[in-house]
Design a binder for this molecule. Structure first.
Ligand code: ADP
Length: 263
């Protein structure tokens, strides 16, 4: 049955599969959703081994919004890919949404991503020949939902990102900020628990970037998400609950004025 609002649908869908959400008082609100231990990632290239991480640990509690900053090439995208089961670690354990993603087959990884992960990239990757509403409906259609129901949920999600009046527009008929808002709706339409965003505002001008970031914050809190954002924008990072710098294969806390020194 279709839920009335995306927030209600998110909660109902996640409550059904997540005992921690069913009994928050017993499970505690701060159970880690991400637990990475002793992670290493080595790329074997023609010019030799490239070690990105060695002994990397990371724990992210339910409901946190964590920013990851660092130099280009530090491995931020690779880390997000590993958390989202798009890339495999060389060794270590990566528990994400109660699943050890390091052990998934490619088929299991695809199912895991569809169920648990909302992914947003710097570029929207919307399908140009489909409308905004159809693009948002795609992940639902991919998991077998009927078109009528998927289109209703997609319309609800477009309302959630303030784009109900652009439902029939194709990506080429949308501004950069609008395209990214559609991409956010598509990322969240399956009610994932974890939002992974790789430079989600990196291709936008300052004002539009600020608005898209505010939308991410609003969606994060309205839908009980746990979010990890890679960004080079330290002002936006400071508005997250915690900032970590990835450098030399390790994550270290960054104490921004807004977050205090208690990182
Ligand atoms: P960041 O997101 O911090 O800019 P990336 O995670 O994209 O960094 O990349 C980290 C490093 O790993 C880069 O030097 C990149 O060239 C290298 N790298 C990424 N993917 C591969 C791959 N599939 N094979 C070999 N090297 C890679």
């Amino acid at each position: 049955m279709t839920q009335n609002t995306p927030a209600a649908a998110s909660q109902a869908s996640r409550t059904a599969r997540d005992p921690e959400l069913r009994a928050p008082s017993q499970a505690g609100r701060n159970s880690p959703l991400v637990q990475v231990q002793n992670l290493s990632k080595v790329y074997r290239t023609a010019r030799g081994a490239l070690t990105l991480f060695e002994g990397l640990d990371l724990q992210i509690e339910l409901g946190e919004m964590v920013a990851i900053v660092g130099q280009s090439g530090a491995g931020k995208s690779t880390l997000l890919h590993i958390l989202g089961a798009l890339d495999a670690p060389s060794s270590g354990t990566v528990y994400c949404a109660s699943t050890n993603v390091a052990t998934l087959s490619s088929r299991q990884a695809a199912a895991f991503r569809n169920r648990e992960i909302g992914y947003v990239w710097q570029f929207h990757y919307l399908l140009p020949e489909f409308t905004a509403q159809e693009n948002v409906a795609m992940p639902l259609l991919a998991r077998g939902m009927g078109r009528a129901e998927a289109m209703v949920l997609a319309a609800n999600w477009l309302r959630e990102v303030d784009l109900e009046d652009r439902a029939t527009h194709r990506p080429g008929e949308l501004s950069g900020g609008e395209q990214q808002r559609v991409a956010l709706a598509r990322a969240l339409v399956n009610s994932p628990r974890l939002l992974l965003a790789d430079e989600p505002t990196g291709d936008l001008d300052g004002t539009t970037a600020g608005r898209v970031f505010e939308l991410i914050q609003r969606l994060h809190s309205n839908h009980g998400l746990t979010s990890v954002l890679v960004t080079h924008n330290l002002d936006l990072a400071a508005r997250c609950s915690r900032t970590l710098r990835l450098e030399n294969g390790r994550l270290t806390p960054v104490a921004t004025p807004a977050q205090g020194a208690g990182n």
